[in-house]
Ligand binder design. Structure first.
Ligand SMILES: NC(=O)C1=CN([C@@H]2O[C@H](COP(=O)(O)OP(=O)(O)OC[C@H]3O[C@@H](n4cnc5c(N)ncnc54)[C@H](OP(=O)(O)O)[C@@H]3O)[C@@H](O)[C@H]2O)C=CC1
Ligand SMILES: CC(C)(CO)C(=O)C(=O)O
Length: 345
């Protein structure tokens, strides 16, 4: 890449996507094209108001260089290639269209690096299949950020990410590593954030699942913040810790050791005095789809494939699938009728 600004396309400019766009632009090493959906009109009219623990509490009417409603077709529009495409949508793998299909017109084979800043396991698989010559980068984020209304973003836990290359058979390890390191360089050009390079991204992803598979799921089912869960005690003892122990066992089957101290730390990690609802709970409350396959389904399938018993995860998966079906029905994606193969009619 030359000394010109890196061209970055961001798909999904909600909480995480907005903070990424902001950091990338103020660092001065990137020019962002942000794809927006329901917030497009509001942002086009008034820009984005950001209250950020990292960047300042009173940012008003900010806009990235370019905002668009649709992903550009770089060939048909004669646009320069994107250096990076950053995916910050919720990963709802069970709801079409796929991310791979959405970004395809903007991907230059063999050139554009694709960064997945999303929770969950095996999220890279469909992208490796569709873009076998493009470097794929994993970002596991510990930020807490919410789009509280269209064009209003509250960012109240610092942006800390662990970043490294996904293993993609058609791309050399050197190229993938260089793309990941360069991404960190341009993202943290503002020098305010905590971005760490980590080669073993599988371990990072399983470790993050300790929190997301347990707290996100139970919070979504109970519609409860994590502080109230801890106050009730039995929710931790009967639900959260047993789920974490199954994730630990699943990770162990793949050679990853997650220490008991990590579980105990994560159980108490959210600050007292600030009730917090994890993203899956916020999604349920907004009537949005939830990330059930990547946060629960994939670790469950991965663990069971290795013979790990995961009764808690299986139960949670069943409950969340029921909730997802209700959301699908409310959005017209599912009709309440028996299919021919259904044995319960
Ligand atoms: N928020 C957080 O604190 C954290 C989130 N994460 C992870 O980061 C990822 C992003 O989460 P988050 O930022 O909270 O998600 P948000 O729900 O805040 O934002 C997602 C954005 O993607 C948009 N979007 C979805 N599909 C499309 C599409 N086809 N075209 C254009 N825009 C689209 C949504 O638009 P619309 O509003 O129209 O649906 C929304 O603006 C998730 O995997 C999450 O688990 C990880 C750590 C912390
Ligand atoms: C808990 C948190 C905010 C950690 O970054 C998260 O991953 C989520 O809400 O999904």
């Amino acid at each position: 890449m030359s000394s010109a600004k890196a061209k970055v396309l961001i798909l999904g400019t909600g909480g995480v996507g907005t903070m990424a766009a902001y950091a990338l632009e103020i660092g001065g090493k990137a020019e962002v094209t942000a794809i927006m959906r329901s917030n497009y009109e509001a942002v086009e009219r008034n820009g984005i108001n950001i209250n950020s623990i990292d960047h300042g509490h009173d940012i008003k009417g900010w806009r990235p260089t370019t905002i668009r409603k649709e992903v550009p077709n770089v060939v048909e529009e004669g646009l320069p290639s994107f250096d990076y495409i950053l995916i910050t949508t919720k990963n709802v793998a069970d709801i079409p269209p796929s991310v791979a299909a959405i970004i395809e017109p903007a991907v230059t084979p063999g050139k554009t690096s694709i960064v997945l800043s999303q929770n969950g396991l095996n999220i890279e698989k469909p992208l490796i299949a569709k873009f076998p010559t493009n470097p794929l980068i994993s970002s596991v984020s510990m930020i807490s950020v919410t789009e509280t209304g269209h064009g209003n973003v509250l960012h109240d836990f610092p942006d800390a990410q662990t970043i490294g290359p996904f293993n993609s058979p058609g791309v050399s390890a050197e190229i993938s590593e260089a793309a990941a390191r360069q991404y960190i360089n341009i993202y943290n050009a503002c020098d305010k954030l905590s971005l760490t390079y980590e080669a073993n991204i599988l371990e990072t992803r399983w470790r993050k699942l300790l929190y997301n598979a347990s707290f996100n799921s139970v919070a979504a089912i109970l519609r409860m913040d994590t502080l109230r869960m801890r106050m009730s005690e039995h929710i931790i003892d009967d639900l959260i810790r047993p789920i974490m122990l199954e994730i630990k066992a699943g990770a162990h089957a793949y050679g990853i050791h997650l220490a008991d101290e990590t579980l105990e730390y994560l159980i108490r990690v959210d600050p007292i005095g600030a009730p917090f609802k994890p993203s899956m709970c916020q999604d349920i409350e907004k009537g949005n789809y939830i990330e059930l396959e990547t946060i629960i389904g994939e670790p469950l399938r991965a663990g069971e494939a290795k013979g790990v018993s995961m009764p808690m995860l299986r139960t949670v998966y069943g409950l969340l699938k029921g909730l997802q079906l209700k959301t699908k029905e409310s959005k017209g994606l599912w009709t309440s009728e028996f299919t021919e193969s259904n044995p319960y009619q």
